[in-house]
Design a protein around this ligand. Structure first.
Ligand SMILES: C[S@@+](CC[C@H](N)C(=O)[O-])C[C@H]1O[C@@H](n2cnc3c(N)ncnc32)[C@H](O)[C@@H]1O
Length: 362
């Protein structure tokens, strides 16, 4: 007998067509994503910003690239509606397009850094294995390219917003940094925040800590290239911070949810921070109920990042918590910090689409 409450009926052709379009649009996104990477790498978007509307021949001449390849790329970008494709055959990047695709040094909306080369096929093999074994890979498995990707994606916002916008909203922190404070950036990655603070506050002593040897190498290189002398980068995980309370400011930017044992990392931070110190946490805007993340138009992207990076890292050791990109919501974070003995927990929203910030003190 058929179930009378069942609403199951076969799909209409329109429904199938619509679903098919949705699926192919992700394939199109993959192709366009790669072309954005090439356009950035070859300086095509930058040249378009500087030249205004240009013909393919002009763009090829200005960039020293082959016209036929430039023409096809322009047509692809025009078809993707990222460039205006004029009736006379010229192509143009709008000023909004320049803010998102070119203006890395002054636009908080710069996003092109997030577009990289396709994923290493051996990592895809490891991911398929992870589904079978339960064990993910750590950040280091992504090689120097992984650090580069993170630096390009997260670095611009850190460079532009951390010192002028975020630190001044933390009680008493800028004054301490100006006088000379000890700072720890835990999970420092490529060291962009370390460098920004070291440059802005030369009297302060800035330490970066990261589990990844590739990250440590890049952070050391970045500090050396910029000639800062008040930076030390340590190849040390969050649970192995110095035991004595010696830091005035601790930062964990976009990394607590990547850690296998955030609870143990938080306990280590509590031991390492001074009693009058401040801990700045940046973590993803996540909802307590996973399904409520559907309100985030970028939720699928976040879950994708989770599988390829964040959750993988957080499951890279036996017993890993595996929180993942959208796993550390404000309520859980407050619970974890209070359990470790932190008394003050203040949430800040700097109108950054992907993250919340928290000011936590003992
Ligand atoms: C998404 S990246 C963020 C890097 C940097 N904070 C930024 O904002 O650009 C996460 C970093 O956390 C590091 N990480 C993961 N688990 C860690 C742990 N237990 N201790 C220290 N660093 C860790 C990774 O190696 C990686 O460099």
């Amino acid at each position: 007998m058929s179930d009378p409450s069942s609403t199951k009926v076969g799909p209409t052709e329109d429904e199938i067509r619509l679903f098919s379009f949705q699926v192919w649009s992700y394939k199109q996104g993959e192709a366009v994503s790669f072309l954005i990477h090439l356009g950035t790498r070859l300086g095509l978007f930058r040249q378009l910003r500087d030249s205004g509307a240009v013909s393919p021949a002009e763009l090829a001449e200005y960039t020293g690239l082959h016209e036929r390849w430039v023409l096809e790329w322009l047509r692809a970008m025009g078809a993707a509606r990222l460039l205006v494709w004029h009736e006379d055959g010229r192509f143009e990047l709008s000023s909004a397009g320049a803010a998102v695709l070119v203006d890395e040094d002054d636009s908080l909306f710069y996003a092109a850094g997030a577009f990289g080369a396709p994923m290493d096929p051996t990592l895809v093999d490891d991911l398929a294995d992870a589904f079978r074994t339960g064990r993910g890979y750590p950040y280091d498995r992504q090689g120097p390219a992984g650090v580069h990707r993170t630096e390009r994606m997260l670095g611009p916002w850190t460079r532009l917003a951390l010192v002028p916008r975020i630190l001044p909203s933390l009680e008493g922190v800028v004054e301490k940094l100006e006088r000379g404070a000890r700072v720890a950036d835990v999970g420092c990655g490529a060291g962009v925040a370390v460098l920004a603070i070291a440059r802005a506050f030369p009297a302060s002593d800035v330490h970066g800590f990261d589990l990844s040897s590739n990250a440590v190498e890049r952070a050391r290189q970045l500090s050396a290239q910029n000639g800062v002398t008040n930076v030390t980068i340590h190849h040390v995980g969050a649970t192995d911070l110095p035991d004595e309370p010696s830091f005035d400011l601790v930062l964990t930017l976009d990394c607590l949810h990547d850690m296998t044992r955030p609870d143990e990392s938080i306990a280590a931070i509590r031991r390492a921070i001074k009693d009058d110190g401040t801990w700045l946490i940046k973590d993803i805007r996540a909802a307590p109920e996973a399904r409520d993340n559907l309100a985030n138009p970028m939720a699928a992207l976040m879950y994708g990042f989770s599988i390829t990076s964040c959750m993988s890292s957080a499951l890279s050791e036996p017993g890993g918590a595996g929180l993942g990109t959208l796993g550390l919501h404000p309520g859980l974070l407050e619970e974890l910090t209070r359990a470790a003995g932190f008394g003050t927990f203040v949430m800040h929203d700097f109108d950054e689409p992907a993250n919340f910030y928290y000011e936590v003190r003992p």
